[in-house]
Design a protein around this ligand. Structure first.
Ligand code: 5GP
Ligand code: ZN
Length: 112
């Protein structure tokens, strides 16, 4: 499949890995928008938030179980923000479900 993030999971495109287990993969964003900017993705190809269903939601639940641990390991002791852009109006650019973890500074209170 011609998906950048599936290729990152497969090791075909290099990334700066932060965490990996059998269901999820986390790595530093190539174009960080905060001092810490990590992407967390499921190891199954789900195109976006709209693709979450009963069959794959365990991957998403696991992502949310692990986000606090990944954030803590990255030194985000004073808070962080989690974002998932879904579709054109949200400026989703990579069609593989991903959650941005942003932190390492005081972020703007409003994102729109
Ligand atoms: P989106 O705009 O879809 O919510 O976020 C996609 C994110 O993926 C962007 O923040 C972008 O910088 C990041 N990204 C795109 N291609 C790559 C890549 O090849 N490697 C890494 N590490 N991040 C990428
Ligand atoms: Zn994919």
């Amino acid at each position: 499949m011609d998906c950048i993030f599936c290729k990152i999971i497969a090791g075909e495109i290099p990334s700066r890995k932060v965490y990996e287990d059998e269901r999820i993969f986390a790595f530093h964003d190539i174009n960080p928008e905060a001092p810490v900017h990590i992407l967390v993705i499921p190891k199954v190809h789900i195109p976006s938030m709209d693709g979450i269903n009963e069959e794959n939601s365990a991957y998403v639940a696991h992502i949310f179980e692990m986000i606090p641990k990944i954030a803590s390991s990255a030194g985000l002791t004073n808070g962080y923000r989690v974002i998932s852009n879904c579709g054109p109006d949200a400026a989703q650019t990579v069609p593989h479900l991903h959650f941005h973890i942003l932190g390492g500074k005081e972020l703007p209170a409003h994102i729109v």
